[in-house]
Design a protein around this ligand. Sequence first.
Ligand code: SF4
Ligand code: SF4
Length: 379
Amino acid sequence: MMPAYAELLNDKSLSESITACFQCGACTAACPLNMFNGVRLSPRQMLRRMQLGLPTNIDPYLCMMCRACEAVCPRGVKVSEVITALRKIWFKQNRTPAPLTQALWRVYEEGNPWGYSSRLRGRWLDGLDANIAARKSETLLYVGCISSYDIRLQRIAKAVAQLLLKAGVDFTVLGQEERCCGDSIYNTGETDFLEELVQENIGRFNAYGVRRIIAISPHCLRMFRDIYPRYGGEYEALHYTEFLTELLDSGRLAVNASLTAKATYHDPCYLGRYMKIYEQPRKLIENVKGLSFEEMTLSKELALCCGGGGGRILMESKPEERPSNQRVRQAAETGAEILVTTCPYCIVNFEDSAKIQRTPVKVMDLAELLYGAAGGQLG
Ligand code: SF4
Ligand code: SF4
């Protein structure tokens, strides 16, 4: 019998990636999983074994889908797509780790991977003095699971909503009706329920007349931009930093924020390496008066992953193996008091690492910085 992974070679794009690899090893050297305790995941070795028709020897669920390997690959090998295809095979073989299959069932039952009640999803709107929930509009602010439920991260949702209101944008949010974008299902390798969920979301978006989706999480943005079109969901999908920059450039948004401090910025993998959104967050930061800024040594396409991508946010990592520990230290080395980022998963991981290591940096989402430094109250 042909080994299951041999079917990957039937897919033209995957087959091209697998055969393009010329074994330089740059990917393995760049992979954040190999920063601690020796080599834990070698894309080079995985690809070689595939080229030779041997069974793969990696756990595809270890991968954080950060694409650091792809950023340095001289042959343009799509390592994360090969690993995603491997996950599909492992899912069919019932080899998906329990936290990810549990998350799948929770999305099925409650619409979010943590199993919070779907009825409470609109709670983040409490205290917002605006009638924005579940009304028809061409522009949808898609909040995402973690920023809808997590009390700390709800501040990001509120800040983005307040900034849009301040700019006079006509938009809607789905509140209690919002469901997971499907990222947590995509990461398991499951495909049937993913399609059902995406189709349901598309139906809901269309019922509200949505044409443009503003995403708070880069992970949701990636789904709307890259995955939804495969199911017929064609929207103008933007990250909130892109949209705020457009508003700034057109004079609709004035960043009346000031803060005397030093900041640095972390490029989330799914915003940076996936979407190439590097300049807009920096431009918005520049507009905060009094804020000095210094880049970390590893920035933009070379930025270190926080460790939360590819579903890893739902799984435990040993404290000594978390790239976020290293990343907050890199932030502190710049002398910055504030580590700004634009992804809720990065916020969770960095705040955890800063607390555990007592690293003297305050972690903030850019929306919180912009709204808070302009005198806005979020909590
Ligand atoms: S960097 Fe690219 S070419 Fe080099 S081993 Fe890795 S996948 Fe192959
Ligand atoms: S996507 Fe990231 S975690 Fe996965 S193999 Fe590449 S560098 Fe390693």
